[in-house]
Design a binder for this molecule. Structure first.
Ligand code: C2E
Ligand code: MG
Ligand code: MG
Ligand code: MG
Length: 285
């Protein structure tokens, strides 16, 4: 029963399985080649301080410039990188790419903090803090200029170890942001035990907030509670003026999303910065 076996993932004798396996091996080889031979690009998506309208940072998002497939997004290769330990050189490439940009942009208006996404595999790597320290020292990176984003589920996996690593990173001047907040099973009270500087409300809540009052209440009370715990709040997926205005009325600190800018190639960032005009604050807000 091929279909059933395939569904269960045991279809060793199904010829289509070996095709999939072969394709996977090709992709692993291509990804390794891309990491080692400048085939990746770091895209940047700006973050805006909602009160001042200033660009207060950017998120670094990796892209794979594939010879045949064109620009490939991270959802199509990060999992593979994690399964094959390619995530380690990939993450180091991403971090160094961010630090190189900041070195180039030192003393310009583009000199903003860049947040890097780590995977759970990176967090388990005992060499991570030292690798980060070495890269930052080599590039002369100032405290607070490199930030990390982790999802809640990564922190739940091995909480004690995570706590130790993250406390060390914060001592080194690498702030922690919680990504996709609200999609995991953790609570703010659990997170309050970790050295969290900022939470990023997942875009699903931001999206639902405009037509669902319960989602709006969740966003508003998450912002209030985060503030009480001394954390800043970023809203992800700010796609419209309506999102911006509602979030501003809730006291949200920072906005990120297509309403401001889509992720862009790093070389486009200075020009974008030059042209950027902050959204007008709603009167009376
Ligand atoms: P994320 O960290 O939650 O990043 C935000 C994702 O939402 C990005 O997708 C971004 O393009 C997208 N986005 C931003 N604003 C909007 C918006 O207004 N509307 C909508 N619909 N989407 C928006 P992207 O670049 O495809 O990245 C997907 C995920 O891949 C990221 O989610 C992150 O978890 C992961 N990722 C990206 N770069 C890296 C990396 O260097 N290392 C690791 N480990 N993971 C990465
Ligand atoms: Mg992120
Ligand atoms: Mg996110
Ligand atoms: Mg997200």
């Amino acid at each position: 029963n091929h279909a059933r076996m395939h569904h269960l993932g045991y279809a060793v004798f199904d010829p289509s399985y070996s095709h999939a396996q072969a394709a996977r091996l090709v992709m692993i080889g291509e990804l390794r080649h891309a990491i080692e031979n400048n085939g990746l690009r770091l895209y940047l998506q700006p973050k805006i301080d909602m009160r001042s309208g200033a660009v207060c940072g950017a998120e670094g998002l990796v892209r794979w410039m594939h010879e045949k497939r064109g620009i490939v997004g991270p959802n199509e290769f990060i999992a593979l990188a994690e399964q094959t330990m390619l995530i380690k050189p990939l993450t180091e490439w991403v971090i160094d790419a961010a630090l190189r940009l900041q070195q180039e942009w030192l003393h310009t208006r583009c000199a903003v903090p860049i947040a890097i996404n780590l995977s759970a595999v990176n967090l388990r790597d005992a060499g991570l803090p030292e690798a980060l320290r070495a890269l930052r020292t080599e590039r002369g990176s100032a405290r607070g200029m490199l930030e990390i984003e982790l999802t809640e589920s990564m922190l739940m996996e091995d909480a004690e170890h995570a706590l130790q690593v993250l406390a060390g990173l914060r001592d080194d001047g690498v702030p922690l942001h919680i990504d996709d907040f609200g999609t995991g099973y953790s609570s703010l009270s659990y997170l309050s035990r970790l050295p969290v500087d900022c939470i990023k409300i997942d875009r699903s809540f931001v999206n639902d907030m405009l037509h669902n009052e319960n989602a709006a209440r969740i966003v508003r009370s998450t912002i209030d509670l985060a503030h009480d715990l001394g954390c800043k709040v970023v809203a992800e997926g700010v796609e419209s003026r309506e999102h911006w205005d509602r979030l501003a009325s809730f006291g949200c600190d920072i906005a990120q999303g297509f309403f401001i800018a889509k992720p862009m190639a790093a070389q486009d960032f200075p020009g974008w910065m030059e042209a950027f005009q902050a959204p007008q604050m709603p009167s009376g807000a």
